[in-house]
Design a protein around this ligand. Structure first.
Ligand code: IMP
Length: 203
């Protein structure tokens, strides 16, 4: 019954993320809305040293504005041979002063840094952390990790970001080759969202 559903605000301007969360929470008594539907708020600066710090900052800041339950996520790629880089800098890995980054530039930089790394040292993982801020102060977290390997060249046309370079070893294909249906079942984001669903079920 719509009248008894609690509002859950997603602190993201990305309509795909809002849709993904809406779909995964189907059946739970929450009405999912994007923060953009509630008003004009400034963008939260993601300057944290970890995914959790950024997710918490976005969720808590947005919660102080809207005074409702808020979820926020932060994610990125961590490459073993690069000591976890690009990590929280994934989106702007190849950015230079005055020059924004792009997926193509980020992937080219990653390939360059990994050029001499042998297959057995090309392990990597995508990590996603979701923060759930409850009005009143509590913040809960859910984390999802998906392990894989960095390819020697881009493969596949689906997805975004580092998808063409991220091989899922069990399937022998990159995220960009697998396509959204398979990716959205096994990805770091899918795993973190499953945890969020459990958290919300306990509220
Ligand atoms: P965000 O947390 O969704 O904004 O992601 C930050 C950055 O991490 C993106 O700009 C991508 O570079 C990278 N990233 C996060 N998730 C994925 C993914 O599923 N595939 C490819 N790249 C990703």
């Amino acid at each position: 019954m719509p009248g008894t559903r609690r509002l859950l605000v997603v602190a993201s301007r990305n309509p795909h993320k809002v849709e993904e969360i809406r779909a995964i929470l189907e059946g739970l008594p929450f009405q999912v809305a994007s923060v953009t539907e509630l008003g004009e708020f400034p963008e939260v600066v993601e300057d944290g040293k970890s995914f959790a710090e950024n997710a918490r900052k976005k969720a808590v800041q947005t919660m102080t504005w809207v005074r409702e339950l808020v979820v926020a996520d932060d994610s990125g790629l961590e490459v073993d041979a690069l000591d976890g880089a690009p990590g929280v800098h994934s989106a702007r890995f190849a950015a230079e002063p005055g020059m924004p980054s792009s997926d193509a530039a980020n992937n080219a930089k990653l390939l360059r840094l990994m050029a001499d790394v042998p297959p057995e040292r090309r392990g990597a993982q995508f990590r996603c952390v979701i923060a759930l801020a409850v009005p009143g102060g509590e913040v809960h977290f859910s984390e999802g990790i998906c392990r894989g390997q960095i390819a020697y060249e881009p493969q596949g046309a689906h997805g975004f970001g580092y998808d063409p370079l991220f091989i899922v070893p069990e399937l022998g294909m990159t995220f960009a080759q697998l396509g959204p249906e398979v990716k959205n079942r096994i990805s770091h984001r899918a795993r973190a969202l499953a945890g969020l669903k459990q958290l919300l079920g306990q509220l």
